[in-house]
Design a protein around this ligand. Structure first.
Ligand SMILES: C[S@@+](CC[C@H](N)C(=O)[O-])C[C@H]1O[C@@H](n2cnc3c(N)ncnc32)[C@H](O)[C@@H]1O
Length: 209
């Protein structure tokens, strides 16, 4: 089993520079979806090749995975996909990234590391500070998609998001996926594993009001 990366380690204090939108994407005016914890990037590669009317950005804390994704993306000449290395919490907090957030239509956080011990909760990716920044910077109507197979983690994240009055949950039954960043309901690697092993998935969509 892989060791989780401690996002609070000093290694992630330095923020990598992301080039301007017109360099990383062929058409910077397309709606932007950010996937936090993009891992191997398989999910985003499928999305980017199927949905040319969206731009996709993966944020991942394991540098080697990001390097591999970038090489693969260059190799395949994919121009609506970019991968950023770092702790998502620090990236969203960074003024030089403000330009990116202005383009964001939606964010997904799929099966984040659970950090089960109470003393490690602060390593979880969804933190009140992150939600506070998103509540200030995201446009009205922007969406956050959350999925996990850990009930207790779901409760923690759901509480953290709804505790911020700028977000409310959407009724998933009424949600029209065809207009979203993932019209074909592509699944992440972890989600495929969870389905194969018949584990439960806890999911929710939130909107910025
Ligand atoms: C359990 S994996 C899930 C990967 C993928 N989203 C999926 O559903 O298959 C969680 C991923 O989030 C990354 N991660 C954890 N904390 C992070 C953080 N603070 N910022 C960015 N990535 C993070 C991990 O390195 C790992 O690749």
């Amino acid at each position: 089993m892989r060791q989780h990366v401690n996002p609070l380690s000093k290694n992630f204090h330095k923020i990598e520079i992301i080039p301007p939108m017109n360099i990383i994407f062929e058409n910077p005016e397309l709606p932007l979806h950010i996937d936090i914890g993009s891992a191997s990037g398989d999910f985003l590669f499928s999305l980017a090749s199927e949905n040319k009317n969206w731009n996709y950005l993966g944020i991942e804390i394991r540098e080697k995975l990001v390097k591999n994704c970038r090489l693969k993306s260059l190799d395949r000449k994919i121009r609506n996909l970019y991968f950023a290395f770092g702790n998502a919490n620090n990236i969203f907090n960074e003024p030089q990234y403000k330009f990116l957030i202005d383009y964001v239509s939606s964010i997904s956080i799929n099966f984040p590391d659970p950090w089960f011990k109470k003393k490690h909760y602060k390593r979880r990716v969804i933190q009140p500070a992150l939600i506070q920044i998103l509540s200030i910077s995201l446009k009205k109507g922007s969406l956050i998609f959350l999925k996990t197979d850990v009930a207790e983690l779901f409760d923690y994240m759901n509480f953290t998001i709804l505790n911020n009055l700028s977000f409310e949950k959407l009724n998933k039954k009424d949600f029209n996926y065809s207009l979203s960043f993932n019209p074909n309901r592509i699944k992440t690697n972890r989600e495929k594993y969870v389905i194969k092993n018949k584990l439960r998935i806890f999911e929710r969509i939130y909107t910025k009001n």
